[in-house]
Ligand binder design. Structure first.
Ligand code: SAM
Length: 254
């Protein structure tokens, strides 16, 4: 084992994840920029363009953390449709520290209308506060790999979506370029934990994040899980970003 996290028993994963994101919350946004050289911004922009929300889309952004996806969603609707119409987004996250950062950012960015943007503490595996067939779109960006039971997350996504609704998952994935793969490995296992130490004073949390990326299913395997959950996929069912460093998977509830 590289960092001693690999042997974490399943039932401890949820509390470990809480602890990790509690620890990284204040430095989370900065570290994203440092570790990805800003590329996560381009991925997230592309993700929202892929989702292409309409003026009245209701979005549930799960594992929404500090609000990156929710803010982009609202900005996109405004720029594409001239106004924010009836667009609405609820950010759900298991970690109150991440939500607190998100709420502060919302105020700073002028997104302080609670009718349009709300924050809710909750677990992706059991969204009991969200009614069946109540949202048009479900996003989860860089969050699903932290969940213990991915199948339960997908089942909940299916439940809360309206018929015709869209699931879109943005997640780190498997690098499929043989020249890039070893570089990416080196970067992940050596550079990222060292940067975590340097920028956030927290090597272990960032080592955990790398480990969780490595353990997540490949593009094809994850696509199969989405189909097993009842979703219909178009074409391959996913799009690789930056040689598969990340991928966007989509599924439709028909
Ligand atoms: N979506 C945001 C983004 O793209 O910047 C945040 C991503 S952050 C890497 C992962 C988030 O998932 C954290 O805020 C963490 O608290 C949350 N999380 C982890 N497990 C969760 C679960 N079971 N239910 C809901 N949120 C969870």
């Amino acid at each position: 084992t590289h960092f001693g996290f690999r042997t974490v028993p399943e039932e401890a994963k949820e509390s470990l994840v809480k602890q990790v994101f509690g620890a990284v919350a204040p430095s989370y946004d900065l570290m994203n920029d440092v570790m990805s050289a800003g590329v996560h911004r381009l991925w997230k922009d592309h993700y929202i363009r892929t989702l292409a929300p309409g003026p009245d889309t209701t979005l549930l952004d799960v594992a929404g953390g500090t609000g990156d996806i929710a803010f982009r969603f609202l900005d996109y609707v405004k720029s594409q449709h001239g106004s924010m119409g009836g667009a609405k987004v609820t950010v759900v996250d298991i970690n109150p520290a991440m939500l607190e950062v998100g709420k502060k950012r919302a105020v700073q960015l002028g997104h302080s209308d609670p009718e349009r943007l709300s924050f809710m503490e909750g677990n992706a595996e059991n969204l009991s506060q969200i009614a069946d067939a109540s949202v048009d779109a479900y996003t989860i960006a860089f969050g699903i790999r932290n969940c213990t039971h991915v199948d339960r997350v997908l089942a909940e996504a299916y439940r809360v979506l309206k018929p015709g609704g869209r699931l879109a998952v943005l997640e780190f994935s498997s690098v499929n370029n043989p020249l890039l793969a070893p570089l990416y490995e080196f970067y992940s296992f050596n550079v990222i934990p060292a940067m975590g130490d340097l920028v956030a004073g927290d090597r272990a949390s960032y080592a955990y994040l790398v480990e969780s990326i490595r353990k997540f299913p490949t593009q094809q395997a994850f696509r199969d899980m989405i189909v097993d959950a009842g979703f219909k996929v178009e074409g391959a069912g996913w799009e690789d970003l930056t040689f598969g460093v990340a991928a966007i998977h989509s599924g439709f509830k028909i």
